[in-house]
Design a protein around this ligand. Structure first.
Ligand SMILES: O=C(O)CCC(=O)C(=O)O
Ligand SMILES: [Fe+2]
Length: 360
C-alpha cells in the first residue's frame, strides 16, 4: 500500500537495464563504444572523461558570464547589491553578489534563459549522436534542465540523495530519460562533484522520498530506504565522479545521485540537460512540453526554440500566482513534487507551495 502519491510498488527493470538495439555503435561522430553503452545499462551511469572540444564548451562559459552580468545590473539597479563586482570573474563574481544578496544564485538558477550557446550545446550534433544510442532516433529535449550555480558552502545548491523521477510526475517512472551532467569547470570532490549509486537503477523503481531538506526545495531519500527498496549496499556502491572540463556524466531518471558540498573558493558551474522520446508523452507535470530535436522521419528538422523558451517552468510551477505578483527577485522554489511526498520539514519553499494551493 502506498501512503504517499509518489510512492509505487511498480518496477520497470527492462526500461533501464536492457540494452536496446539503437545503443549499438553506429559509426556516427562522437558515438560511444558498445562497451561504454553496456556499462551505462549495467551501472546506471557512465563517466565520459573527454568528449567536448574547447570551442564547443567555452561559449557556454561566456554565456554564463553574460547572465551573471545581467543579474548584477538588475540587482544593483534595484539597490540590492553594493557594487557590480565587475573586476571579479567567472569563478568569483557570483560569490560576491551572493554575499550582498543571499539567494542571487537561486535567481540565476531559476532564470531558465537559453542563450544561443546553451542551445548549441544541448543540440550539439555529436552529443545527439550519443543521445540516439540511449533514447533512439526520435529525440526531444526534456523540459527539466538546469544551470547549477553552485557557490561555496551553500546549502541551496548542495543536492541530497535522490532519483530525478522523484521530482517528476509518476508517468515518468517507467520512461527512460537520459541526463548529461556537463561540468563547466573541472568538477572534483573539493568543489562538489556528483556521487552516483552504482546499479541503483537495476530494479527500475523509485524509492520513497521526503520533503524538503533544510532550507531548500529538495526532496531526499535515505540510505536505509535505498537499501530497503533498491537492492543496493550504499557503502559499497557509492561512486564519486570527478569530471574534468570537457567531459560529462550520463545517467538516467532512476539512478540515485547527489552532489557534494562545494568547499573550494570558486563557483562550481555545471549544466544538466535531458532528452527523451517525444512520442512517449508530455514533459513536466503537463506544465511544459519538451523541444523536438531530431525525428527519424524528418531529416534536417529545424529546432523551434522560441515556444520552448517562452514557457518558464519555474513560473509555471507557481501556477496560481498571477504574473503581476511574480517578483523577479523571489528566491523561493515551490514545485509540484512537494505534493508527492511526505513533508517532514516545512520551510519558506513549502509555505509558498501551500499558498498557491490555497489560492486555487
Ligand atoms: O549538479 C548538481 O549539484 C546536482 C545535479 C542533479 O541532481 C542532476 O543533474 O540531476
Ligand atoms: Fe538529479
Amino acid at each position: 500500500m502506498s501512503r504517499w502519491p509518489g510512492e509505487t510498488d511498480l518496477t520497470y527493470p527492462e526500461v533501464f537495464s536492457c540494452i536496446p538495439a539503437h545503443a549499438k555503435y553506429g559509426g556516427k561522430p562522437g558515438q560511444l563504444s558498445d562497451a561504454q553503452t553496456a556499462q551505462y545499462y549495467k551501472e546506471g551511469f557512465l563517466v565520459v572523461k573527454e568528449f567536448f572540444r574547447k570551442e564547443e564548451l567555452d561559449p557556454a562559459r561566456e554565456a554564463i558570464n553574460q547572465l551573471v552580468d545581467e543579474l548584477a545590473q538588475k540587482l544593483f539597479e534595484a539597490g540590492k547589491i553594493k557594487d557590480l563586482y565587475e573586476s571579479e570573474g567567472y569563478f568569483t563574481r557570483l560569490i560576491k553578489i551572493e554575499e550582498d544578496f543571499p539567494g542571487a544564485n537561486i535567481i540565476l538558477h531559476k532564470t531558465e534563459k537559453l542563450p544561443q550557446a546553451f542551445r548549441n550545446l544541448w543540440s550539439n550534433e555529436r552529443l545527439l549522436n550519443v543521445v540516439e544510442q540511449f533514447v533512439g532516433p526520435d529525440i526531444g529535449g526534456h523540459p527539466v534542465w538546469n544551470l547549477r550555480t553552485k557557490t561555496p558552502n551553500n546549502e541551496a545548491t548542495t543536492v541530497p540523495w535522490h532519483q530525478d523521477s522523484a521530482y517528476m510526475a509518476k508517468d515518468s517512472y517507467g520512461k527512460h530519460i537520459l541526463t548529461a551532467w556537463i561540468p563547466l569547470v573541472d568538477a572534483n570532490e573539493v568543489n562538489g562533484c556528483m556521487q552516483m549509486l552504482r546499479a541503483g537503477h537495476k530494479l527500475g523503481k523509485v524509492a520513497r522520498h521526503q520533503c524538503c531538506v533544510g532550507p531548500t526545495w529538495y526532496v531526499e531519500t535515505t540510505k536505509e530506504e535505498m537499501e530497503r527498496s533498491l537492492g543496493v549496499n550504499v557503502e559499497e556502491d557509492i561512486v564519486t565522479c570527478p569530471i574534468p572540463y570537457g567531459g560529462m556524466l550520463l545517467f538516467n531518471n532512476i539512478t540515485p545521485h547527489r552532489s557534494l558540498q562545494n568547499s573550494s573558493n570558486g563557483v562550481r558551474w555545471s549544466m544538466d540537460l535531458r532528452w527523451y522520446n517525444p512520442y512517449q508523452g508530455e514533459g513536466f507535470w503537463g506544465l511544459k512540453k519538451g523541444v523536438v530535436m531530431r525525428l527519424k522521419d524528418k531529416p534536417g528538422l529545424k529546432i523551434d526554440w522560441e515556444p520552448f523558451e517562452a514557457e518558464n517552468r519555474n513560473a509555471l510551477q507557481a501556477t496560481t500566482i498571477s504574473s503581476e505578483k511574480l517578483d523577479e527577485f523571489d528566491t523561493t522554489v515551490p514545485g509540484p513534487w512537494m505534493k508527492q511526498w511526505e513533508i517532514v520539514n516545512h520551510n519558506r519553499h513549502t509555505a509558498a507551495m501551500m499558498m498557491e494551493q490555497s489560492a486555487v
